[in-house]
Design a protein around this ligand. Structure first.
Ligand SMILES: [Fe+2]
Ligand SMILES: [Fe+2]
Length: 168
């Protein structure tokens, strides 16, 4: 398996620009998810009021989803077809990654809807707003959990393939 030949610990020192770019894009997704998680923690610890949570989460979630959508389109329509040609033996793994993208679309929509409901609930009393905040936090957490798993799985498949291609 290519991952054994190119273990994760060796990636940073490899010097591949393609790999560095890919990992940097993924690092930004992880960073945005960590920020959303931080807002959720701040809300739970009462360092953020429900209204503040709705305000600070909006641009973070919106930016994350826009960038994620663009990244997935580049992968689905450019990189993955190239990888399928280069390494037909990885077809099943790429099928899984494409399926992840469609699952992530559903989780992204759920998080976006939960945030919209949170903003609407701000005018409907404390209990309603608190319930909507909890539902948003749950939806964002589910989205980011799946993003994290997907990024790891994708890197394990794609990065060794890129390194192998550069080595030949
Ligand atoms: Fe992906
Ligand atoms: Fe990706």
């Amino acid at each position: 398996m290519l991952l054994k030949r190119y273990p994760r610990e060796s990636w940073a020192s490899n010097g591949s620009l393609d790999v560095a770019f890919w990992l940097e894009v993924h690092r930004r997704f992880r960073h945005e998810c960590a920020a959303l998680q931080g807002f959720a923690d701040d809300y739970r610890q009462q360092r953020l009021a429900v209204r503040e949570l709705a305000i600070v989460a909006a641009p973070r979630l919106s930016g994350l989803l826009t960038d994620l959508r663009g990244h997935h389109q580049v992968e689905d329509f450019h990189y993955f077809p190239v990888f399928r040609r280069l390494a037909p033996q990885l077809a099943l793994g790429i099928d899984v990654l494409e399926h992840d993208h469609s699952d992530l679309d559903h989780d992204a929509l759920a998080a976006r809807n939960a945030l919209r409901e949170l903003r609407a609930a701000l005018t409907e009393g404390d209990a309603t707003a608190a319930l909507a905040a909890q539902q948003f936090i749950t939806a964002a957490s589910r989205l980011c959990l799946r993003i994290g798993r997907h990024l790891n799985d994708e890197e394990d498949l794609v990065v060794p393939l890129l390194l192998e291609q550069e080595a030949v």
